[in-house]
Design a protein around this ligand. Sequence first.
Ligand code: PEP
Length: 249
Amino acid sequence: MSLRLIANWKLNGSIQFNDQWAEDFFKNFSSLNSESIGIAPAFIYIDHIRKLIGDSGINIGVQNICEEESGARTGEISASMIKDLGCKFSLIGHSERRIFFHESNKTISKKLNLANNNSVMPILCIGESAVENERNDTYDILKFQVEEALKDLFEQSALIIAYEPVWAIGSGKIPNPEEINSVHKMIKDVVQSRFPKIDLKSVLYGGSVNSENASSLFVQEHIDGALVGGASLDGKEFAQIVNIFNEIK
Ligand code: PEP
C-alpha cells in the first residue's frame, strides 16, 4: 500500500513536543501496518523523529523542497538532500506555499520532477478557494491545477495527489463526503485520460480531518486516505485517525 495518512506538522514542533507526540501516538496506535503512515515535521527535526519512530516502518517526509537541485538558493533544502536523510516523500504546492510564498504552477511542476528524479514520492496539493467554491468553479480550478502541474512531468512519474479545499484547511468545515468522493473521481479521470503514463498512487483528502469525521470520509470509494494538519499535532488523535482508516480500508 502506498502512503495514505500523512501528518503535516507545518511550523510546529520542538524536542519536548516530538517526545510527547511519539509517546501518545504509540500508546494509542493499534495496528502493525505502518507503511501507509507518513510524518512531515520541520526539516530540523527529521533526525529526532527518526530516533523516536525507530523501526516502526512509519515514513518520514518533508513539507517542501527547493525548485533547484543545488547552488545559490540561501536557506533552501533540495530533494537530493532529503533523499540523503532517508525521507520518502515531500508535500508539493501546499496552499500555504502557494499563498504565502507565491509558488506558481510552473515552480510546482519543477519540484515534482526533482522529487521524482530523487525517488522521493511527491504529494501534489491542489484545492479551490472559498470564492471559487461559491462560484461553482471547483472542477475547473482543480483540472487547471492538475494540468499545469503535470504537463511538463516526465511521463512515467509516480504521484500522490491531495485534494485540500483552501476554505476547509484549519476551519473545521469540510465538504460533504459524497462531494469529495466525486471530486476525487474526477481527479483520477483527468490524470488517467490526460497523463496515462503517470502512476497515480492515491488521492488523499485534506482539510479539517479529525477522529470524528474520519470514518465518514474513509467509507467513500475514491477517498484513499487523508492529509491531516491540526489534528495530527496530537499523537493520540492522529493514532485514532489511523486506527479508523485501518478498520475501514
Ligand atoms: C493541511 O494544511 O494540510 C491541513 C489538512 O490542515 P488541517 O487538517 O488543519 O485543516
